[in-house]
Design a protein around this ligand. Structure first.
Ligand code: MOS
Length: 768
């Protein structure tokens, strides 16, 4: 998969006709309110059920056997000892898994190769067998007893992506992802230049909840309890992989302990578990261990990016070049779209972005929060900081001067771009006027302070979605959609939209998500779920209200019997006659009772980007500016991110609390990306050697800075009725380069290879 196609895929069919922007009705006060998650009590009481929390009767447990070479073939696999062990009921492997198919049009899979398809090994940890037993301990013991020999081949897990590749323009050379003007000539003649290589390491998705599948066959039908960012996509893929009609599969993901992209597309354990359950005619559960998370379920691929910036002395950008490589697996070509934001974030006449792949013996990479843009902007924004220093210009002022209201890669205007305002608000909240640019010039007691800034961007997308809504006789409202809440607050946002449209309070609204048997909803990916699901929910509410008014007028026992439905209105959960006070209306449940009807139903269906706006004629992105303070203690070589201000232009904010939570969480993740996280493959065997939380260090609360989040909250007229673009990924996009800029400001050391290590800083000349 090419990550530049990532958003196209997430959004689905974009062929809907473009029309005039819909005049947006002013929303009620519930839109934009700071509300706790409606599913919060279920989570805090431990009653929310995640994929591994389902314990059907007679459940068996599956534990995989993982390859201990990074490249080669299985020589022999002897399961006879394991099969005789107490409690072991099945050992599945290449020899007996039976038919499993590749998926095509059904949806997006992670690895093209189905599990155990052949005996080829292309990464350490690859599943070679799975042992199923009555208890988890028996399955573990069985897995340890499977004897596998290997015929090992040479392998390559080198983090240096310096493989020989033909030049741009030659056959087999890098792909030119974006191009305008004459980059080479403009760069060559530019009076001020930056030319540097930046790299980002492999990062492993580590959501709190690990992947798991619980598969339950009931005759012909299978229910898969999954931790999935897309139940509909999972359904489509598994139907093809298992060779089962879609109507015989139900995918359930009621709660997800986040995914960060790692749970967008199915991984091999899901099919392995389903096949085991089918063969045994018994429910089977497989939990991916934290260790397996580091080899078998994707990662952010390593990138190396050569940035070349050419500028005038007064800070005009004459040329911008980004030539990058990323690693991919031998099984799949995954292109990290590092040039996602490069072509439009700053004004320049001459630009070229090129992209090349190199193969490594690693599992298949997959999107991680802000795929492409996040590592890409680390390089772009780091180079911008170096340019500001070369020009002796303020880094905020340099960026302000390069702002543009036209997307120069397409010539289209932006639907709503307020990057400058993000920088202005951020400067004010952070206190940037006190910035003194000399290295080591800012102090706080015995500590040296470093300040840095970077801009952020992420594409604004909206996909097709459906929702189904019922006003019920018990006075409650039920709304359902085949999307899911990955922890971001989708349950809550959907409830807010229903409340806005019906006037019914949140505690009378039941939101049903995370089941592929509901009408199809969007994937939770690419920061598009809110923008996609919201219009379909609003439409479903409008349709149900219309039905309700017709029932009120048509039913002979209704208080509105004989009236024309067109003379009736709905507000605050009540039906009333237009022109009269809404408060005098009759509650909808009373009218349903008098009509002897269980419910008034409505279906909503909304198109993708541009289906009800002029989106096609605009370039649509979210923007942000992130300011970071680090504290450097040169006496003991201690570095800490102490303060972050993040200002986001993400369109209208539906829920300030869940939105702030997204951006604050991204700051913490950014501290991990900037200072701590790197998956390291052992050069002796290809094993992800730091495959645990002792060695793969993620930020704790003690590492978390003081975080200040601001939203411009300017509705985007092109994204839909509410003007809400997605947020989530953008929160991460500028943090790491702002950290390395701040580190330079404190220490005088420019770190171009993430993460920053204290040993990188020992050459600092800054002394107290
Ligand atoms: Mo996001 S990388 O689409 O979960």
């Amino acid at each position: 998969m090419d990550f530049s196609e990532f958003l196209d895929f997430i959004q689905g069919d974009q062929s809907a006709p473009s029309g005039k922007p819909a005049p947006a009705a002013p929303p009620s006060a519930i839109i934009g309110a700071s509300l706790s998650r409606v599913d919060g009590p279920l989570k805090t009481t431990g009653t929310a059920k995640y994929a591994a929390d389902f314990h059907p009767k007679n459940l068996a447990y599956a534990v995989p056997v993982c390859a201990t070479i990074a490249s080669g073939k299985i020589g022999s696999l002897d399961a006879s000892a394991a099969e005789k062990m107490p409690g072991v009921v099945l050992v599945l492997h290449h020899g007996n898994i039976g038919p499993l198919f590749r998926s095509g049009s059904g949806g997006r899979n992670s690895e093209a190769r189905p599990p155990f398809e052949d005996e080829v090994i292309s990464y350490w940890g690859q599943y070679v067998a799975v042992v199923v037993a009555d208890t988890f301990a028996q399955a573990q013991a069985g897995a340890a007893a499977v004897k596998v020999t290997y015929v090992a081949d040479k392998f390559n897990v080198s983090p240096k992506l310096d493989d020989a590749i033909p030049a741009i323009g030659e056959p087999g050379g890098p792909r030119v992802a974006s191009h305008r003007g004459d980059f080479e000539a403009a760069f060559a003649s530019a009076p001020v230049k930056v030319d540097a290589v930046y790299s980002t390491p492999v990062e492993t998705h580590n959501p709190m909840e690990m992947h798991a599948t619980t598969a339950v066959w009931d005759g012909k039908k299978v229910t898969l309890y999954e931790s999935s960012q897309g139940v509909m996509n999972h359904l489509g893929v598994m139907a093809q992989v298992l060779g089962v009609p879609k109507e015989n599969i139900e995918v359930v993901s009621l709660f997800i302990g986040s995914g960060f992209g790692g749970k967008l597309f199915p991984w091999p354990h899901s099919a392995m578990t389903a096949v085991a359950a089918r063969k045994l005619n018994r429910p089977v559960k497989l939990m991916v261990s934290r260790k397996m998370m580091f080899s078998n379920v994707g990662h952010r691929p390593r990138t190396e990016q050569r940035m070349r910036l050419g500028a005038t002395q007064d800070g005009k950008l004459l040329a911008l070049g980004q030539d990058y490589r990323n690693h991919t697996s031998f099984g799949d070509e995954i292109r990290e779209n590092c040039g996602e934001a490069t072509p439009f974030i700053y004004s320049t006449a001459n630009l070229r972005v090129s992209s090349a792949l190199v193969k490594r013996n690693v599992g298949t990479p997959t999107p991680m929060r802000g795929p492409g843009a996040v590592p890409g902007l680390f390089a772009v924004e780091s180079a911008m900081d170096e340019l500001a220093i070369a020009l002796k210009m303020d880094p905020v002022a340099l960026r302000m001067g390069l702002d543009t209201q036209t997307d120069e890669s397409t010539g289209k205007p932006f639907s709503s771009r307020h990057l400058k305002e993000c920088l202005q608000v951020g400067s004010e909240k952070f206190g940037w006027s006190k910035y003194t640019p000399a290295v080591g010039s800012m102090r706080k007691g015995d500590l040296v302070l470093g300040w840095g800034v970077a801009c952020a961007s992420w594409s604004a997308g909206r996909g097709v979605s459906q929702a189904s809504l019922s006003l019920l006789q018990n006075g409650r409202i039920r709304v359902s959609s085949g999307t899911q809440d990955i922890g971001t607050g989708t349950y809550t946002v959907v409830a807010q939209i229903v409340s806005d449209k019906t006037g019914v309070p949140l505690d009378r609204i039941d939101v049903k998500l995370g089941n592929s048997s509901y009408v199809p909803g969007p994937m939770s990916g690419g920061s598009t779920a809110t923008a996609s699901v919201v219009p379909s929910v609003a439409d479903a509410a409008k349709a149900a209200i219309k039905t309700m008014l017709q029932i009120a007028a048509a039913s002979k026992d209704s208080p509105f019997s004989g009236k024309d439905a067109a003379t009736l209105a709905f507000s605050g959960g009540r039906i009333y006659e237009k022109g009269k006070d809404a408060a005098t209306g009759v509650p909808f449940e009373t009218v349903l009772k008098s009509a002897n009807m269980a419910s008034a139903d409505g279906e909503g269906k909304s198109g993708g980007q541009g289906s009800d706006t002029d989106a096609k004629n605009y370039s649509m992105h979210s923007f942000g500016a992130q300011f970071v303070e680090v504290e450097w203690d040169p006496g003991i070589a201690k570095l800490r991110v102490s303060r972050v201000v993040s200002v986001i232009d993400g369109g209208r904010i539906i829920n300030k609390k869940t939105a702030t939570n997204q951006i604050a969480g991204a700051v913490v993740m950014g501290v991990g990306m900037g200072l701590l996280e790197e998956t390291i493959y052992d050069p002796r065997n290809g094993h992800a050697i730091n495959d645990n939380f002792a060695d793969y260090v993620v930020p704790t609360s003690a590492d978390s800075p003081e975080i200040d989040v601001h939203f411009l909250d300017i509705p985007d007229p092109q994204i839909g009725e509410y003007g809400a673009r997605g947020i989530g990924e953008i929160g991460l996009a500028g943090i790491a380069p702002a950290i390395t800029a701040a580190v330079y400001h404190a220490t005088g050391v420019r770190v171009r290879a993430l993460p920053v290590r204290v040993e990188d800083l020992l050459t600092s000349k800054v002394l107290i």
